[in-house]
Design a binder for this molecule. Sequence first.
Ligand code: ZN
Length: 479
Amino acid sequence: MQLTSPRLRAALLAAASLTLVAAVLPPPTPLGIGDRLFPELGNPGYDVLSYDLSFTYKDNRTPLDAVTVIDARALEPLERINLDFTHGKVASAEVNGEPARFESVGEDLVLTPARPVTAHVPLHITVRHTSVPRGRADGGWVPTEDGLAMANQADAAHRVFPCNDHPADKAFFTFRVTAPEALTVVTNGVPVAAALRAGSSKTWTYRTLHPMATELAQVSVGRSAVVHGTGPHGLPLRDVVPAGDRKRLDPWLRKTAGHIAWMEERVGRYPFENYGVLIARATTGFELETQTLSLFEHSLFSGDGYPEWYVESVMVHELAHQWFGDSVAPRTWSDLWLNEGHATWYEALYADGLGKYSLERRMREAYQRSDQWRAAGGPPAAPKAAAPGEKIGLFRPVVYDGAALILYALRQEIGTQAFDRLERRWVAEHKDGVAGTQDFVRLASQVAGRDLTAFMEPWLYGKTTPAMPGHPEWSGKSV
Ligand SMILES: [Zn+2]
C-alpha cells in the first residue's frame, strides 16, 4: 500500500499510536499513597511544588468557575497522572502545554498526557473545572450567611479543587478569587496586590509564604470586615469577621496577640507570615486551624453559655495547631494524635493558667475515660477509620484528651524541663515539614538521653491505658 500524502500518513500514525496507548494502558484506577485511614488519598509518582487556584464566585447556589494550575515534579516515569478530585465538572486538562485525556474514577481525576512523562521533569498541569459550593456536611466549601468559607480537613480539599490531597505533600499556594464587588475575599497568606476591579466584580490575589497542606486551605468570601493589628515582634495580625459584628467581636480579637505571646514563651516563634481568626456565620460544629487564618463558628463568641476562659482556650487550641499540625504536618492520618494531642495540651495548659480548670484535674478525668475511648476509637496512634459517610468521625476523644494524656505521661516520665525542650525542638526541627509518631518518639528519646520506645509503645498503641507515672492512685474507674 502506498500512502498518498504526508497529512494522511500523519493522521494514520496518530491513530495507530492512540490505539497503541489504549492497548497498553490498563483502565484508569483510583490510586493513593497508602494511608491506612484513607487508602485512596494522595497519589504516587509526583511531588506538588505549588498550586495556583482561580475561582469565580457568583452566589452560594452556582458552581464556581475554576482553574487549577499545579506545578509538580515527576518522581518516576508517568503514563498517567492521578489527582484527587470529585464533585466538580472538568472541562479540560493540559499537561506541559498539551491537551491531556481526563477521566473520573472514584474520587480521582486521572489524566493521560499526550506523551508519557519521564522521571524528574517538571510537570505543569492545568485543569479547568467547576467547584461546587453546596458541600453537604462532609467538608469542602462551607456556606455561610453571607458567602463561603472552607473546611477541608481531613479529606475534603479535593471536593474543591484537583490536588494531591494528603498533608504529606505540602506546597505553596496562590489564590485568585473573583467575586461581586460588595464582597470581601481573604485567603491564607498575604495579598499580592490590591484587589482589581473589572465591571461589577473584583479579583483578589493572595499567596502563602510557607508551604501548606491542601486540608489547611482557606478562602473566605463574604460581607466581611478585615481587622488589622500587630502581634509580638511586629507579627501582622489579620482577622476576618462579619462586617456587622465587628464592634461586638473586637474584645475577642484583641486577645490574639496575648495568646501568641503565651504560646511563643512555651514553644518559640510563631511559624508563619501572619495570623488571625475567621469568624463565620456558619454552622460547622467545629473550629478549624486553617493555616494563618483559623475558622471559628460565630456562635462560639455569641456569649450564650460559654464562659470566657473556655472560649479563650478554644482560641488557643486553634492557634497551637499553627505549630502542631500546620507547620509540622502529620506524615499520615494515624499521626493525627500529634496534632490534636498537642492542641489539646496547650488548650488545657492555658485554662490551667487562668485558674479555671487545672491540668491535673483534666488529665485525671481523661485517665478515667481513656480505656473507654480506646475501646471506641482505637489506640491514639492507630485510630479506627471513620465510619463511611462520617467524614469527621476520625476526630474522637481518644485523639484529643486521650492523646494529651500521652504528653502528660511523657512529661511525668522525663520531667518538665526535658519535655519543654522536646516541644521546642519538635517544632523547630520539623518547621514547614512533615513528621510522624516515630519521629516524635525518636526525638523524645534523644532529648531524654535514653530510649523511650518501650515506654511510649503501650501509650501509643495499647488497647488499655498504662499506669500513669507519678500517679499510681489514678484508675480507669470513675470516682
Ligand atoms: Zn484541633
